[in-house]
Design a protein around this ligand. Structure first.
Ligand SMILES: Cc1cc2nc3c(=O)[nH]c(=O)nc-3n(C[C@H](O)[C@H](O)[C@H](O)COP(=O)(O)OP(=O)(O)OC[C@H]3O[C@@H](n4cnc5c(N)ncnc54)[C@H](O)[C@@H]3O)c2cc1C
Length: 336
């Protein structure tokens, strides 16, 4: 059981900044995210795009903003449960919340902040019959640990940055024994640099590039052993492999958040703008996941919401203590 003051569900920019604001009030945070790394939409959808409306930064890459937020939170020593979605919220006899994840990890705290953004990112799965039978048996939609592929034959499918970057990584670092990249077209959607690198590695024989083709079948006894590729001109080819990794991007869905008894309106959690509390006392919702009159789904609005929510959380945790606003310029930062 992981115990903390505030469980933050969602490690996007808003969840990350909330660690800092909670830390100033001496409240500890533990974050849960279904993705393998912090950053939410900024890391997952547009890490290389510049953002122009973060106060004090005329322009900052979304990925850099996340790096900075992680750095800013460090003095407050946050805990992370990554690669696991929060699926269940219960209350124990002491009145604390227990949040359980997909892998059964349990977290206990008097306060929950839901910073779940657009929800859990779910992989876009190709429509291949029987594919689900091989999930975690050689079929993976997200690469969590590249070491898993050491000396293995891997087939990656997709034409975006994720497919290109992982094909490059597994081939260039000599991790996988064989890397094939299957894509429907001859052109790719990823960064030009990455496309060029894939072409170079294909010329060197390190990536087996199969374009104008798609994976249409999977086979194997208990685990994946082969895939069937349908090529535009060459017809169907059966190829032996240890892993099939379709990387067609992620789509957000509110997921389990919708089942926790919270008031939901248009796929978002209704909050009181006084402190961004929900209809369940002790549970707050901040960032893109909430809704109220005039809501704007912007990072800076989420930062403000998290800041006010932790003030309210402090009052719930310490009803006997008065919290006086202290400037960081005056008091500095004293971490844990
Ligand atoms: C292309 C694009 C460009 C944008 N440009 C700008 C811009 O210029 N300026 C701006 O201010 N905003 C911009 N935005 C919007 C901005 O990215 C969002 O407002 C911001 O990401 C919201 O942050 P968040 O932390 O609330 O949620 P998110 O970034 O969505 O993060 C939520 C996290 O919660 C996790 N999660 C959800 N449910 C669960 C669960 N049950 N268990 C575990 N984890 C869960 C998700 O995996 C995710 O990592 C842009 C968005 C896009 C898509």
């Amino acid at each position: 059981m992981i115990k903390t003051d505030i469980i933050i569900i969602g490690a996007g920019p808003v969840g990350l900044f909330t660690i800092f604001e909670a830390g100033l009030l001496k409240l500890r945070c533990h974050l849960i995210d279904s993705l393998p790394a912090p950053g939410g939409q900024c890391s997952e959808i547009y890490p290389k795009k510049p953002i122009y409306d973060i106060p004090g930064f005329p322009s900052i890459l979304a990925g850099e903003l996340i790096d900075n937020l992680v750095e800013q939170a460090k003095p407050f020593n946050p805990g992370f449960t990554l690669g696991e979605a929060a699926v269940k919220i219960d209350k124990n006899d002491e009145g604390n919340f227990i949040v359980t994840t997909t892998k059964g990890t349990e977290h206990e705290a008097p306060i929950i902040m839901i910073a779940g953004g657009l929800g859990v990112f779910e992989p876009r799965k190709p429509p291949i019959e029987g594919l689900e039978n091989y999930e975690d048996r050689g079929v993976e939609y997200i690469i969590k640990d590249p070491e898993m592929y050491r000396n293995k034959r891997c087939v990656i499918a997709g034409g975006g940055d994720s497919a290109l970057d992982w094909a490059i990584y597994l081939a260039d670092k000599n991790i996988a024994s064989e890397v094939s990249l299957v894509h429907r077209r001859t052109s790719f959607r990823g960064h030009l640099d990455s496309v060029q690198k894939v072409m170079d590695l294909a010329d060197e024989g390190k990536i087996n590039l199969i374009t104008e083709a798609e994976v249409v079948g999977v086979g194997g006894n208990g685990k994946i052993e082969n895939i069937t590729v349908k090529h535009k001109t060459q017809g169907e080819i059966v190829k032996d492999t240890d892993h099939f990794i379709p990387l067609f991007g992620l789509k957000p869905s509110l997921g389990p958040i919708g089942d926790w008894g919270l008031e939901i309106e248009k796929n978002a959690i209704v909050v009181d703008t006084l402190d961004y509390s929900t209809n369940i006392p002790g549970i707050y919702a901040i960032g893109d996941v909430n809704t109220y009159t005039n809501k704007l789904k912007l990072i800076l609005c989420g930062f403000h919401e998290g800041t006010l929510a932790v003030q309210s959380a402090f009052a719930r945790i310490h009803p006997d203590k008065k919290n006086v606003l202290k400037y960081t310029t005056v008091n500095g930062i004293s971490g844990f």
